[in-house]
Design a protein around this ligand. Structure first.
Ligand code: ACM
Length: 264
């Protein structure tokens, strides 16, 4: 199975333009054979908001909003699964930093995730996620979803892996330099593949680091993006590696856990 990140530069408060940019990249990934494509956090809205009103103007309901509708159609036309970060406004007007997962014909809208660990000024605009961590079965693989700063809390990836994720899709807007080094370790300690789709560019003085990363259960970096270009990274993955939690004849990273000794 081939999987991809689509590293892009979302334009602040310009969803229509961002749909076009995303469409071009997802198409390129699909043409290169990707079955699963991950877009960045808030790919539709941009990131550096100054007020709640700004977010409200670009946020939509999930699934009955323009971004989810755009993604459903794109996935159907290109015959791919897509995980993408989006600004969500629920029926009561509450805002969430969310991600949706959609699939080809017969799959459509599959579900959403609301970011659990909000980073810095996100706390001014968004409600903390209230849906927990979820794993979605796309047939060929089980895909867990977390968003950007969730990586800083190893519990996020661990929870997804314990729930059966073989791939962790990780839409991001990274500003700190650490995640490209840390995500291979998240992949290793959980024996999963990770796909971090980051953004590039600068918004209102905030610079994003690019370096989207696909990591293997052996902590290998299978693909890494540049710091400053929109591009896709497409790699073939071997899911049997993610299904094997034994690391030798006597150790199994899940069965050897000793939760009774952990402080939770
Ligand atoms: C982040 O969570 N967007 C840094």
């Amino acid at each position: 199975m081939k999987v991809a990140y689509a590293q892009m530069e979302p334009l602040l408060l310009e969803p229509e333009k961002n749909y076009s940019r995303a469409e071009k990249l997802v198409k390129e990934a699909a043409e290169k054979g990707a079955r699963l494509v991950v877009l960045p956090e808030l790919f539709d809205a941009g990131y550096s908001f100054e007020s709640k009103e700004e977010v409200e103007n670009v946020a939509g309901q999930i699934p009955d909003g323009p971004t989810t509708e755009f993604l459903i159609e794109l996935a159907r036309n290109l015959d791919v699964f897509i995980v993408a970060g989006t600004a969500e406004k629920d029926e009561k007007g509450r805002l969430y930093n969310s991600a949706v997962i959609v699939g080809p014909t017969g799959w459509g809208y599959m579900g959403k995730y609301r970011k659990v660990h909000l980073f810095y000024r996100e706390k001014l605009f968004f409600q903390p996620g209230d849906l927990g961590f979820h794993v979605f079965n796309i047939g060929a693989a089980k895909v867990g979803v977390m968003i950007c700063f969730d990586w800083f809390f190893p519990e996020s990836a661990r929870t997804l892996a314990l729930k059966g994720a073989e791939i962790i899709a990780h839409p991001s807007n990274l500003v700190m330099p650490y995640a490209p080094r840390a995500m291979p370790i998240r992949a290793l300690e959980n024996r999963v593949y990770t796909i971090t789709a980051n953004r590039i560019g600068e918004e209102r003085g905030l610079r994003f680091i690019g370096k989207s990363t696909i990591a293997s259960p052996k902590a290998e970096v299978l693909a890494m993006g540049s710091e400053d270009r929109e591009e896709v990274g497409v790699v073939e993955i071997d899911l049997s590696l993610a299904r094997e939690k034994r690391i030798n004849e006597m150790n199994d990273v899940f069965k050897d856990r000793r939760p009774e000794h952990y402080f939770i």
